[in-house]
Design a protein around this ligand. Structure first.
Ligand code: CA
Length: 616
């Protein structure tokens, strides 16, 4: 009784004050003219029970197909279909009980113009992605650093796990810096609300899918960031998490039904072992633990077999792209998801946005393992439709050993060479996203023991090998740090806060080495922008010779020769050793050095990388 009185009072007050509605509706709005025109609405009302109510919509072109009453009376699911003839406007959803109707308003908007041209453009090998953590890049608006009522009230830049105040406004202020650096696409760790009590800096524990993190500036500023990127010809990548949510998500604290989450008799963590998913000798129990175990105690596992969960997640993905003008989609913890669900979800996005691309995080071991999760040329029973993956193989078994191991039959740069040879398994390896480091990995400058030459070689490789390069914020100015704990690889970008003693944006306070790395990145990334061979051409690699690794990027118009001398001795490079690629050269443009290379052979110093455009 009391509950109902509160509900009544609230509905009256809220309607008159224009505040929260009688029930929340997810997705919070939709559009006319979407391919996905059968929408499953989740209505949630934590102070009343829907079991008594009937639902009515009288809006031209919007029809209720089915109403689902579920175990928890605080939820009701309503399937609606939206006819092509429906007009944009506010749909009134009436919830009728005992002759009384509560009305919930659900906006139906006209579609965002520019699909495929100014948003949902897809990310491809012509792009250069910059990954940053919004809390750690730049604080453009100190008024949103702490939000009253949110559980994490920390604000302490001296702690690696407390909030630091970075936000969308700070990023917008520095988009020109990124553009000058040669970046074409921005990927941020998740921007969805994480109203968790602690460790909220990473963003992977969503608590309300339809709320953009207010400490970053909320939906309004997120939309503005997308617009500011597009104004500069840059793209927006959103980080999506389907596998789990934060333990404080309302669907966890008050689940719609018993099997909304994967439940275990006692807490069971995922094994983090992807092998059982494709291993011909796997035990079923290992597969179940991998897929259905919880990511951590604070991140429960969503049951994507449950069609209500699946719809909730798919619709959220579509909603984000249309609402915020997203161009590319990064999918967290890809192998932990139900893979049939992932195929459905990817398909829904690609059906709605044909140019849209997505790349999944595949922190797995071996090309064969990684290929399983993306489009490939193998004959496994399960076929993934995922266009692209974060290439952990060219990282773990590629560039890292190339820069840190002594050359050997299977060691050093031979590993990079061998890993790339495995590309025959992928349908299109040009879609793979390469990286030197990210928010979960030790920073490359620390991995190479703060050796500037090796850092430059890594960056040179990243920007010229096949695929899509992704740089982690600060790698261009030698930010360092080892994981364990991972907070040390998530430090503040220099110059992002008022009063910082040095600034990567203005170069104030940067030392010579930091400036050298930054200029090197800028030079190659901007050259890349103009090079068809690097952006879309083919790759030919030659068998490494005592630490000297030579590869070419080429197409009908251009040939680019990339030379990595990973050894500690100077090496002589002879053009005649690579006749297929060097035949008929008239001149050479040295992209990385000041002097043009003359003659038929030349010397490459230890730990040096050279990029030459061969003019034929
Ligand atoms: Ca702020």
């Amino acid at each position: 009784m009391k509950k109902q009185l509160v509900a009544f009072v609230c509905s009256v007050l809220c309607c008159t004050a224009g505040l929260a509605q009688y029930a929340e509706v997810y997705p919070s709005n939709w559009w006319v003219g979407m391919k996905w025109n059968k929408v499953q609405l989740m209505l949630y009302n934590d102070y009343d029970e829907f079991n008594q109510e009937t639902v009515r919509i009288t809006y031209p072109g919007v029809k209720i197909e089915k109403v689902h009453k579920v175990e928890n009376g605080s939820y009701i699911f309503v399937d609606v279909s939206i006819a092509a003839t429906a007009k944009p406007g506010n749909v009134s959803i009436e919830l009728i009980s005992g002759g009384k109707a509560h009305v919930v308003s659900w906006p139906l908007k006209s579609r965002t113009p520019g699909k495929g041209t100014t948003f949902a453009q897809g990310i491809n090998s012509s792009d250069f992605i910059y990954l940053l953590m919004p809390d750690r890049f730049s604080n453009g608006d100190p008024s949103n650093d702490r939000i009253e009522g949110m559980k994490d009230q920390t604000l302490d830049r001296d702690s690696i796990y407390h909030r630091h105040g970075g936000d969308f406004a700070g990023i917008i202020n520095h988009l020109d810096y990124l553009k000058d650096l040669g970046v074409t696409a921005l990927w941020m760790t998740p921007v969805i609300e994480n109203d968790m009590p602690e460790r909220t800096e990473h963003g992977y524990a969503f608590t309300n899918h339809y709320k953009i993190e207010p400490r970053f500036g909320g939906a309004k500023m997120y939309k503005m960031l997308g617009q500011e990127l597009h104004k500069r010809g840059m793209k927006l990548v959103q980080d999506a998490v389907y596998n789990h949510v934060g333990v404080h998500h309302f669907t966890v604290t008050d689940p719609p039904m018993k099997d909304w989450l994967h439940q275990w008799p006692s807490f069971t963590q995922t094994t983090y072992k992807d092998q059982p998913l494709y291993d011909p000798y796997a035990a079923e129990v290992d597969k179940r633990k991998m897929l259905d175990g919880w990511f951590t105690r604070h991140m429960p596992d969503l049951n994507q077999d449950n069609p209500f969960v699946a719809n909730y997640l798919i619709q959220h993905a579509l909603w984000c792209v249309e609402e915020f003008g997203v161009d590319g989609w990064r999918i967290d913890t890809y192998p932990y998801n139900d893979l049939d669900f992932m195929n459905r979800c990817n398909k829904a996005l690609m059906d709605e946005y044909p140019k849209m691309t997505m790349f999944g995080e595949t922190w797995v071991h071996g090309v064969a393992a990684q290929a399983y999760f993306t489009r490939n040329k193998t004959n496994t029973a399960f076929k993934s439709n995922l266009p692209s993956v974060t290439d952990f193989q060219t990282n773990l078994y590629g560039i890292i050993p190339a820069l840190t191991e002594k050359f050997g039959w299977t060691e050093g740069v031979n590993k990079l060479y061998s890993t790339l040879a495995g590309d025959y398994l992928y349908e299109n390896p040009m879609n793979n996203v390469n990286f030197l480091d990210n928010h979960d990995k030790s920073r490359i400058y620390s991995v190479v023991n703060e050796d500037l030459d090796k850092q430059k070689m890594g960056i040179g490789w990243l920007l010229t090998t096949r695929g899509i390069p992704q740089m982690y914020y600060g790698t261009e100015v030698l930010m360092k740090g080892h994981t364990n704990p991972d907070g040390w690889v998530r430090l503040d970008f220099p110059g992002g806060w008022k009063g910082d003693s040095k600034s990567a944006f203005t170069k104030d306070g940067l030392d010579d080495r930091e400036i050298e790395a930054q200029e090197w990145t800028k030079k190659i990334a901007n050259y890349r922008k103009s090079s068809s061979a690097i952006k879309t051409g083919k790759l030919m690699q030659y068998v490494p010779d005592d630490g000297l690794y030579v590869y070419f990027r080429y197409d009908g118009k251009q040939t680019v020769m990339c030379i990595m001398n990973t050894s500690d001795k100077a090496k002589t490079v002879e053009f005649s050793k690579y006749p297929e690629m060097t035949k008929g050269i008239k001149s050479v443009k040295n992209i990385t050095g000041e002097q043009p290379t003359e003659g038929d052979s030349f010397l490459v110093e230890p730990k040096q990388m050279m990029i030459l455009e061969l003019v034929k």
